[in-house]
Each structure stands twice: as C-alpha cells, then as structure tokens.
Ligand binder design. Sequence first.
Ligand SMILES: NC(=O)c1ccc[n+]([C@@H]2O[C@H](COP(=O)([O-])OP(=O)(O)OC[C@H]3O[C@@H](n4cnc5c(N)ncnc54)[C@H](OP(=O)(O)O)[C@@H]3O)[C@@H](O)[C@H]2O)c1
Length: 314
Amino acid sequence: MQLGLGTAALGRPQYINLRQEKPKGQDLETFKEQGFAVLENAYNLGIRYFDTAPGYGLAEQLVLEWLRTKNDPNIQIATKWGYTYVANFDANATIHEIKEHTLKKLREQWEVSKALIPHLRVYQIHSATLESGVLDNKAVLDHLAFIKQEYLLEIGITVTGANQLAIIKKALDVAIGGKQLFDAFQVTYNMLDQSLDEISGELVRLEKKIIIKEALANGRVFRNKGYKHYDSLYDKLERLANKYGVGTDAIALQFCGQRIPKSIVLSGASSSKQLKQNLKFNTFRLTEDELQELAAFKIDPNAYWEERKQLKWN
Ligand SMILES: NC(=O)c1ccc[n+]([C@@H]2O[C@H](COP(=O)([O-])OP(=O)(O)OC[C@H]3O[C@@H](n4cnc5c(N)ncnc54)[C@H](OP(=O)(O)O)[C@@H]3O)[C@@H](O)[C@H]2O)c1
C-alpha cells in the first residue's frame, strides 16, 4: 500500500467530518500557509501521490503553486472535475459546492486543471452517480477519451454512496474505440463499509488503480460519545493501537492497506501532526486474526451512508 495525501481539508476551512481539532488560522492567508506547509511536510515525509479537485476550494491552486517549488518527476497528482466550490470561505455558507456533470463543466475545469501537467496522472469524474447520467453522456465520455489519449492520463471516477459497486460496474462497461475508458477508481473503504471487497479482486485482475478514500470514516473511527454503538470497535482499535504503539488512525489505515493490497490509501490529514500519526501505519502489520476481528465490524452500506449523510460541514 502507498499512502497518498487528499487535499479536501486543506483547501476549505469547512469540511464534512467529525472535527476534533479546529484549524488554527481562520483567516484565508494563514489557512493557505498551513495547507502549503502540510504539502511540503508530506513531500519531506515521502508522500508522492496527491489528490485534489477544483471543488476543494483553493486546494488545486495551492497544489499548483506548491508544485512550482518542486522539480521531482515522481510527484503524481490526481484531480477531478464536476464540482464547483461556491462557499467563498464563508463559515456560515449553507451551500458549499455545486455538482455539474456536463461537457461544458468538463471543458471549463479541464482548461484550469491541465496546468498540473506534467505531474497530472489521474483525471477523475468527481462523484460519478447513476442519477447524473454522466456514464451515459457520450459527449462527456468521448471528451474524456480524447484527454486520455492526448495527454496520456489515466481516467478515473470517484464514487460515494451505498451503490458504489453498481457505479463501478457500469463504469467498467464503458468502452471507447474498443478499450475500457476508466483506469482508476477512487472508492470509500474502511472498517464500517467494506463493500469494495466484492469487486476489488476484479479491479486488480484488470490492472486498475484503486484509490481508497474516507479510510477513517470521516473521523468515525475515533472514539466519540455520539457513536456509542461503535464502542466495541473503539475498544478493539484502542487495544491494537496500544499493542503497536500507534494511534487508531494508523490501525484503520493499515487495515485498508492490507485488505486491499496494491491500493493507494488517501490520508485526509488537515495538519502535519495528523499526517505524521497517519504515517505510523507502516511501522507494523496486523495479523490475519486481527484483520478478521476488525473486518467483523462492517455494517450494512445503507446504514453506513445514512449515518454519513447526517455529518455536517464544520
Ligand atoms: N471523491 C470524493 O467524492 C471524495 C470524498 C471524500 C474524500 N475524498 C478524498 O479522500 C481524502 C480523504 O478523505 P476524508 O478526509 O474525507 O476522510 P477520512 O480520511 O476518513 O477522515 C479524515 C478525518 O480524520 C481526521 N484525522 C486524520 N488523522 C487524524 C489523527 N491522527 N488524529 C485525529 N484525527 C485525525 C481528520 O480530522 P480533523 O477534521 O479533526 O482535522 C478528518 O476529520 C480527501 O482529502 C479527498 O482527497 C474524495
């Protein structure tokens, strides 16, 4: 497993999660400096895969600015198209992002994101759904195929929700010029939602890239009084964290890495401190018994996503 850095929490002061630590600087300039420092620390700690999106506020531009200070062909960037950030860094905003899976939005966001070349490796549809019809939109799919060929990129989708598998299966059926269009799949996977298990073997067989997001279940893997129903999971995680001398975050990340080998697991760290803790995942390996014990905590994907829907931007 490779740990990548997701930049969703670096580009917007508000994010959907169980926030345990508020970002220190609330003014935009300090916030930006902190984000820049996390990127730099991540690089110094050996991270070479960075996931971003225009929908993450200033994250994509921050990544671009930071790349200009680097000269390392090993840095790989994945970005997305399909969401526009509209909250304008206003803590009281009620609408944070607008989804638009049209050819117009693809063309508009690609014009900006292509500045990430030559580091850009993966270009993804941000949160592909069956309802948005994006996987049936011939004009969009043809344009993605054009971008793939012209710029030698991997084309991907990110999926969210109880029907992640149905969307992945549909995406695997999309072929342009006799070749499958999609090479990369960014999927939610963690101890609570393990639905990816059903198709991960097939994705590996097809040599697709698997990127895991929300490995910490948006913070739900940390003991929380509001989630008493996970107390036995918290007990187990804390026992393992104690045994290996790491935090529960590292146990959760290592669980994902061992269950879905060859994947890239994204850290959603919002600070360098969290990132350093996350990186302790590679100081130990869970035993088969431990993996099985943790796997037993999975819940029904519908229940998982219902609970996820209740999380607030904060
Ligand atoms: N394509 C999509 O639709 C989509 C959706 C979600 C995520 N993603 C990608 O996946 C990446 C990761 O996902 P994610 O951030 O949503 O989920 P995540 O990794 O499950 O959760 C991140 C949460 O964990 C907390 N955290 C991390 N390390 C910690 C530590 N050592 N101690 C305490 N808390 C810790 C953070 O805390 P604080 O908030 O308290 O700082 C944050 O709340 C994102 O950055 C993004 O690139 C993509």
